[in-house]
Design a protein around this ligand. Structure first.
Ligand SMILES: NC(=O)c1ccc[n+]([C@@H]2O[C@H](COP(=O)([O-])OP(=O)(O)OC[C@H]3O[C@@H](n4cnc5c(N)ncnc54)[C@H](OP(=O)(O)O)[C@@H]3O)[C@@H](O)[C@H]2O)c1
Length: 266
């Protein structure tokens, strides 16, 4: 696994495993396969209602805790005390002593109060790194002026058709990483059948999915693709052994439509 360094000096796997819409036995089985394949970063959220299933898979994997990177999100507007309780609940559900990363799922009215509780949990060593998700540039810049601990990353919809160029540039300026959610647009828009990707897949002897992930990785974007299929899970990890030519990179850059396909930023 390759790693990136966060602005607090800790390392984060470049590719992690997304668990949205995975619950119960399916979540346990899929995650067990993912851990077996080599995934070490697991992305979850309060909203996904799968912490207990994840805990079970982590326990059965017997992978040492310090080799894992477990991230989750608080998915509702809470006050300071409710957030403190929620952090303890997440830890209890995941059966962990600490989280590697906790995010605020989207900009909430109480985001600053929520972050206060997260900063306190950081001081108490319950969370190693703090971050945000779906924060646009203006909201994030204002937010950063009022918090003590800088977020390490912003997890946002980022894919070939929505490359987040402006947000990414702003994040880079502040040493905050961009973590892409739905790198495959959740299989919408016939993305895997795009003629440019099919041509490149032939040329580089890779799959369209691997071309997409390699492209985002080369642009310093962290990835959390989801797959329930063992072969595709493995495929999504094998993206570091080829280099796209500049003219191909440019063709992919030009596919950007600079618009959300899920409506978070409208
Ligand atoms: N912060 C947020 O607001 C937010 C929002 C959305 C998602 N997320 C996170 O981001 C993660 C990833 O996003 P996502 O689950 O929405 O979608 P995604 O990773 O963009 O796409 C998943 C889809 O792509 C297919 N797929 C995966 N690998 C493939 C491959 N190599 N070849 C062909 N098809 C492939 C999967 O099918 P199979 O399963 O059949 O392989 C599935 O239908 C989520 O699971 C979640 O952890 C965060």
């Amino acid at each position: 696994m390759k790693y990136q360094i966060l602005n607090n000096g800790l390392k984060i796997p470049i590719i992690g495993f997304g668990t949205a819409r995975l619950q119960g036995r399916e979540c346990f089985k899929t995650l067990s396969n993912a851990l077996e394949c080599g995934y070490r970063l697991i992305d979850s959220a309060q909203m996904y209602k799968n912490h207990k299933d994840i805990a079970k898979a982590l326990k059965e994997s017997k992978i040492p805790r310090d080799e894992l990177f477990i991230e989750s999100k608080i998915s509702q507007n809470l006050n300071y005390l409710q957030t403190k309780d929620q952090i303890l609940r997440i830890l209890e559900e995941l059966d962990l002593e600490y989280l590697d990363l906790l995010l605020i799922h989207e900009p909430y009215k109480n985001s600053l109060y929520m972050y206060d509780a997260m900063q306190e949990a950081f001081e108490n060593k319950l969370i190693k790194s703090l971050g945000v998700s779906n924060f646009n540039e203006n909201f994030l810049l204002e937010f950063m002026q009022k918090v003590v601990i800088k977020p390490v990353l912003n997890q946002c919809e980022t894919h070939l058709l929505y490359q987040q160029k402006s947000l990414h540039k702003a994040l880079q300026k502040h040493d905050i990483l961009l973590q892409s959610w739905s790198p495959f647009i959740a299989n919408k828009n016939e993305i895997f059948n795009h003629p440019i990707l099919l041509d490149m897949a032939k040329k580089y002897l890779k799959t369209p999915a691997q071309i997409i992930l390699n492209f985002l990785y080369k642009r310093d974007i962290l990835l959390i693709p989801k797959s329930s299929n063992l072969q595709k899970m493995k495929q999504n990890l094998q993206i570091f052994d080829f280099e796209l030519e500049n003219k191909d990179l440019q063709k992919l850059i030009d596919l950007d439509q600079n618009k959300s396909f899920f409506g978070w930023y409208e």
